[in-house]
Design a protein around this ligand. Structure first.
Ligand SMILES: Nc1ncnc2c1ncn2[C@@H]1O[C@H](COP(=O)(O)OP(=O)(O)O)[C@@H](O)[C@H]1O
Ligand SMILES: O=C(CO)[C@@H](O)[C@H](O)COP(=O)(O)O
Length: 621
């Protein structure tokens, strides 16, 4: 038998992507369908349509048609699909898909001579998929929090306070505005489990993955009684409807490496897939990205795409209203209340925590365009000219650029810039901060936005790590006052910028790494999509566990073994002290400037509080 391949899909807001990986996790090929341009007849912008009162959604049939097009494209590109032994899907988090009562028969044996789109027209009870940008459910969020005793209580149960985009509030609103369509709904999926269902096409709507379920405000994360929260089901569907809602939500997959089926006959007959190819539970886009870098305890991932997302790996459950707590997406977890198996190889529960910022790349781009003639080179030169280089070089300006109302801090909105005088002493410095419209030198604008964003990630990740002893050790002789991430992995478009990554190493006082590939004799930043690759890693892990004697092998172990094999294949070429491990390069380490930033976290926190006070005052006027 030839070496197996693995396939990862990523159904994100703007596109459907696929990555094909070798058995040692080399990315062989990628392709994608872009909703706006490849499927223009749906009229989406950025993959979505905007409705009334904060509604943001996309047509569910667009996802089905995208799947049809994606596999046609894969066929044209000549991918060796017959070698694929494992498949898994990632999907935008929180967004939900509603299956009709006839879905099960429509999903059981589609005709392989025809695409899926015409065959699944009646498979859905709701024509739209509410998108994560939807903000129409403020009323429902309040009701969910009230039902359990407030924000902190809901975060304690489900890992997050109520959020408009989370699925619980979305289902509650759907039931309120269209009760008959809700009644006609047989099952509710997340996007990841809907795509998993479409990969199996065996008549069964597949269970939601437990890590992805944490983005619903419905799943009890408490160690002893992990399961759908009765209290929250009742808040949504009433006492009489709670059981039915639990049925609609179905089973939750708590072992992300256990097959949920085989690739559908439709794929075998139409495209030549091997009928033995296994399908593993799908997961959310963020959990999938988390897997592409195999984070250890207290390490972090900072993704700088359209939005900035900070993920922190922890072994303790630490829910707070400002961030989201999720289960690790690839662990052999102890069984939940829904599981009947025993799991001798179960690991202790692991988590990751997530902070999501709407003001990421687009906001940085805005500052670059405003002051640096749309040039990242000019922006970077300004940062390099002014950045702190010693213990005493304390920043004396801060800029909060909340062009969009942000998620963290909740609803922070506006532009707030301050200068302070470090010689005036800690007590007076922030009190006497001067609010300015612009800094005296435009160079300061570049450094100020980056410092504020990075100090934000430094400050809030340290709060998440308060109970992690690993996060305290000093680094490079720099004395640490707050717990810190022991390593950061950077991904997303802005991670191409070495100046940003170098400043990140100083402000977060830690090593910054990236995924790299060895190509034509040198290590280069990878160009692949972390999310579909991360979920293909999961399929690779799950497949390994189907091999003799490997049933309880952990995800981290399998990835480590694959990396080791790749190193051997490289045969000693490209060995370098910059490699943190195979395929992971250290891009930046904290320099002298870190000593200055280490003294500025508290100062920044006070300035952020001041900016929020000023926002309140401005809005009151
Ligand atoms: N050299 C650079 N420096 C800073 N930001 C950059 C650079 N190159 C690209 N970006 C930013 O990356 C963003 C796109 O990131 P990407 O990860 O592709 O986003 P998404 O996956 O959310 O569409 C752009 O908005 C751009 O501002
Ligand atoms: O809402 C969140 C996380 O809570 C977003 O991170 C979405 O999960 C983003 O999906 P894509 O834009 O990548 O499709």
């Amino acid at each position: 038998m030839s070496a197996p391949y693995f396939l990862g899909l990523d159904a994100s807001t703007q596109s459907l992507k696929a990555s094909l990986l070798s058995v040692n996790l080399d990315v062989k090929s990628e392709c994608s369908i872009h909703f706006d341009t490849d499927l223009p007849h749906y009229g989406t912008k950025g993959g979505v349509l905007f409705g009334q009162k904060g509604e943001v959604h996309s047509p569910v049939l667009m996802l089905v048609e995208a799947l049809d097009l994606l596999f046609e494209k894969i066929k044209k590109a000549g991918w060796d699909v017959e070698k694929i032994r494992g498949v898994a899907a990632a999907g935008q988090q929180h967004a939900s898909v509603y299956w009709s009562k006839s879905s099960s028969s429509l999903l059981s044996s589609p005709d392989s001579s025809s695409p899926l789109l015409p065959q699944l027209q009646d498979a859905f009870s709701r024509p739209i998929v509410p998108n994560w940008q939807d903000s129409s459910t403020t009323r429902e969020c309040k009701e969910l929090e009230t039902a359990v005793g407030g924000q902190q209580a809901l975060a304690q149960i489900t890992g997050s306070k109520a959020h408009e985009r989370f699925t619980g509030a979305q289902i509650m609103r759907f039931k309120r505005i269209d009760p008959s369509a809700y009644d006609n709904t047989d099952r509710i999926s997340l996007v990841s489990s809907a795509v998993t269902t479409l990969l199996c096409l065996d008549g069964e709507v597949k269970g939601i993955d437990e890590s992805d379920a944490c983005g619903m405000n419905l799943w009890t994360m408490n160690r002893e009684e992990r399961g759908w929260s009765e209290q929250l089901l009742e808040a949504i569907a009433g006492k009489e409807g709670a059981e039915e809602l639990a049925k609609k939500l179905g089973k939750v997959e708590s072992d992300g490496g256990k097959p949920v089926g085989r690739i559908g006959k439709w794929f075998v007959e139409r495209y030549g897939f091997d009928p033995e190819s296994l399908v593993f539970p799908g997961t959310g886009d963020n959990p999938a990205t988390f897997l592409s870098l195999t984070l250890r305890e207290s390490e972090g991932l900072i993704s700088m795409g359209t939005s900035d997302v900070v993920l922190v790996s922890t072994s303790n459950y630490y829910p707070l209203p400002e961030h989201h707590a999720f289960f690790h997406p690839a662990q052999i977890a102890p069984p939940s209340s829904q599981d009947s198996d025993k799991r001798e190889g179960a690991e202790s529960l692991r988590y990751f925590n997530m902070l999501v910022y709407k003001n990421g790349s687009l906001t940085r781009e805005h500052v670059r365009n405003l002051y640096f003639n749309k040039s990242w080179d000019a922006f970077n030169a300004a940062v390099e000219a002014l950045r702190p280089r010693s213990f005493d070089d304390l920043p004396s300006r801060a800029a909060f650029w909340w062009l969009l109302p942000d998620i963290v801090p909740h609803n922070a909105h506006g532009i707030y810039k301050y200068t302070t005088d470090p010689t005036s002493g800690p007590y007076f410095e922030v009190r006497n901060a001067e609010r300015v419209k612009e800094f005296s030198n435009p160079q300061q604008e570049a450094l100020a936005i980056l410092e504020s964003q990075l100090l934000n990630y430094r400050s809030r990740s340290s709060t998440i790590l308060e109970e992690s002893p690993e996060a305290f050790p000093s680094t490079a002789g720099i004395e640490i006052s707050l717990p810190r991430l022991t390593r950061v992995y950077a991904t997303g478009g802005a991670s191409a910028n070495r100046t940003i990554l170098s400043l990140m190493a100083d402000v977060l006082c830690t090593q910054v790494c990236k995924n790299v590939d060895y190509l034509d004799g040198e290590w280069r930043d990878v160009q692949w999509n972390s999310c579909s690759v991360g979920v293909a890693y999961k399929a690779r892990w799950g497949w390994e566990r189907t091999q003799k004697g490997r049933e309880w092998t952990s995800f981290d172990q399998v990835i480590k073994e694959c990396r080791e094999k790749r190193r051997k294949i490289r045969g000693g070429e490209g060995e370098s002290s910059d490699l943190a491990e195979e395929g992971i390069k250290v891009i930046a380490t904290p320099g002298e400037g870190a000593r200055a930033y280490e003294r500025r976290v508290e100062w920044w926190r006070e300035l952020e509080a001041k900016a929020l006070e000023d926002q309140k005052e401005d809005e009151g006027q």
